[in-house]
Design a protein around this ligand. Structure first.
Ligand code: ATP
Ligand code: MG
Length: 280
């Protein structure tokens, strides 16, 4: 399985002082993501990360180019791709198990098999005990694990994740990094993981796409050169993260100089933005 993003760009209609006009949000950008890769996407706010993910998911159509999965163009959402967002988006009136089963039901999978599959994936995220609970009885981290189980239950070839852990506290996030890494190894799913958290990307990914200020293009594609298992506290990882931080800051500063008042100037000591001892 190869995911190919070929010359993709997207504009939106934006409201500006002199009326509405087309605003370039993404690209053009081309990428090849091989099967089983853990691919992270980093870039300044508004550079088109979610747009890229939505185009791959089939929620949005690109203005130019196309995305293909094994050579087949993506025209709409499909069973080969599942998405996990920042908010778990569970249905509060359904139990945890019913939430996981929901997509399978829509696909016409029989009750018995649905239940079995839901329980398998709830076990994978260590939540089988809560199968009959309602979402409000769960913590934020547990709810996000349900969302991951729900996505995995569809047995997608590509798992698309848009800042899946950014609403969680640092300790829960740490736990979920390791859970996700284990699940990724167990299921062989290809992951496209959008994040603002550089340390998170360095800990989890095989490769990282650094995007430019909008319209987001490729600033750099970097391979994370560390074997697994990785140590979050390793100085190699934090030195690597600091290097990426500097590159991203250039793009963040470009965005700020466009958007902020004219009296704004960039901070010069970018080193202070990454604390090597910080939890990720
Ligand atoms: N549906 C839409 N209509 C109009 N403009 C949009 C729409 N979706 C995105 N945009 C614009 O496109 C640009 C890219 O948005 P996108 O959400 O992809 O960025 P992002 O990198 O995910 O940002 P963030 O890091 O803040 O989540 C932004 O300027 C945004 O305002
Ligand atoms: Mg986004």
């Amino acid at each position: 399985m190869t995911l190919e993003v070929d010359n993709v760009s997207r504009t939106y209609l934006g409201i500006r002082r002199n009326g509405t006009q087309q605003v370039a949000a993404l690209g053009p950008l081309s990428l090849t993501i091989p099967s089983r890769e853990f691919f992270a996407v980093l870039g300044p706010s508004g550079c088109g990360k979610s747009t890229l993910l939505n185009v791959i998911a089939g929620f949005e159509k690109p203005d130019t180019g196309r995305v293909t999965l094994d050579g087949k163009p993506i025209m709409s959402p499909g069973p080969d791709r599942a998405v996990v967002f920042q908010e778990p988006g569970l249905m509060p009136w359904l139990t945890v198990r019913e939430n996981v089963e929901y997509g399978l039901k829509l696909r016409g999978i029989k009750a018995h098999e649905r239940r079995e599959r839901a329980m398998h994936f709830l076990k994978m995220v260590h939540l089988s005990k809560y199968a009959e609970a309602r979402p409000h009885e769960l913590s934020g981290g547990m709810r996000q694990r349900v969302a991951i189980a729900r996505a995995l239950a569809l047995e997608p070839r590509v798992l698309l994740m848009d800042e899946p852990f950014s609403a969680l506290d640092a300790q829960t996030r740490d736990l979920l990094h390791d859970e996700l890494q284990r699940i990724w190894i167990e299921t062989h799913v290809t992951v496209v993981f959008v994040t603002h958290n550089i340390n998170e990307a360095v800990y989890l990914a095989d490769r990282i796409l650094l995007m430019t200020a909008p319209p987001g293009r490729i600033k750099r594609l970097v391979r994370v050169p560390f074997a697994r298992p990785r140590q979050k506290t390793s100085s190699d990882l934090s030195i690597f993260a600091t290097m990426l931080q500097k590159e991203i800051k250039e793009e963040v500063d470009k965005v700020a100089s466009r958007e902020f008042d004219p009296d704004w100037t960039p901070a010069t000591r970018s080193e202070v933005l990454v604390d090597p001892a910080a939890e990720i």
